[in-house]
Design a protein around this ligand. Structure first.
Ligand code: ADP
Ligand code: NI
Length: 226
């Protein structure tokens, strides 16, 4: 199968799997990550076939929806590409991207080992911040039955993936535990540039949220510094 056909068949497959998903991991998320990754990948001189397949398959079996199993994603991506008889080299590069893309907690180093992985991770992270990122965070929180905010539950910076996975805190905490940290963890120059505006949109949103909630009364101090 030609490389364009691999991408086309994979896009069709993933669109069918993710259509109408309600946790912020829907087909439109995948499609935005695909387009952003292709654009960053071209600017960075990455292998755009591997980048596109990695972006399309990056959430195919996310640990968040598979009882915390981190192996499910790489396995599902590999099995799909094998079913298309993709070249072994491409399968293994894409499997590595799917394995390395995910955020694992504030104190856990997760820089992907390949340029293509760095590009896909940046594109995925750009979709977690800014206006769309705010929407996705609350969609995810609602999907999981979380509170929006609770002033008595303070944010935690997780040192291990296990602790991050177990966390069930309100959605506003997620801004402090992940979303505000992403701007300084972008891998590529294009990703860093795009992250700046989106970061500022989130800061303004959280400041406004806290000021509406608390009005005259002050929020707890760890919810002050954004
Ligand atoms: P990653 O694999 O890095 O977690 P995803 O593509 O799966 O990236 O996207 C994660 C999305 O889910 C983001 O939009 C993020 O805000 C949202 N999300 C994950 N955990 C939480 C949480 N505890 N509260 C709110 N949103 C969350
Ligand atoms: Ni994603």
């Amino acid at each position: 199968m030609k490389e364009e056909a691999l991408i086309f068949e994979t896009a069709k497959h993933v669109e069918q799997l993710f259509a109408g998903e309600g946790s912020g991991h829907d087909w439109w998320h995948i499609r935005r990550v695909w387009k952003t990754a292709l654009s960053i990948g071209e600017q960075e001189g990455a292998d755009t076939t591997v980048v596109q397949l990695g972006a399309l398959l990056h959430d195919i079996a996310d640990w968040k929806f598979h009882d915390g199993n981190e192996e499910a994603g790489p396995q599902a991506a590999t099995a799909w590409l094998q079913s298309l008889n993709a070249p072994q080299e491409i399968i293994s590069q894409v499997g590595t991207i799917v394995k390395e893309v995910t955020f694992k907690g504030a104190g856990v180093e997760t820089s992907p080992s390949t340029l293509e992985g760095k590009v896909v991770q940046d594109a995925d992270r750009l979709d977690a911040i800014g206006a769309i990122g705010i929407g996705r965070a609350f969609a995810y929180g609602g999907h999981k039955g979380r509170e929006m905010y609770n002033p008595s539950i303070l944010p935690e910076l997780h040192d291990t993936f296990e602790a991050y996975k177990k966390n069930q805190a309100p959605t506003l905490n997620h801004f402090y535990e992940k979303l505000f940290l992403l701007k300084d963890r972008m891998n590529t120059a294009a990703g860093k540039r795009m992250a700046q505006d989106r970061h500022e949109v989130m800061q303004a949103f959280v400041q406004q949220f806290l000021s509406e909630w608390h009005s005259q009364e002050m929020p707890p101090s760890s919810f002050l510094s954004v």
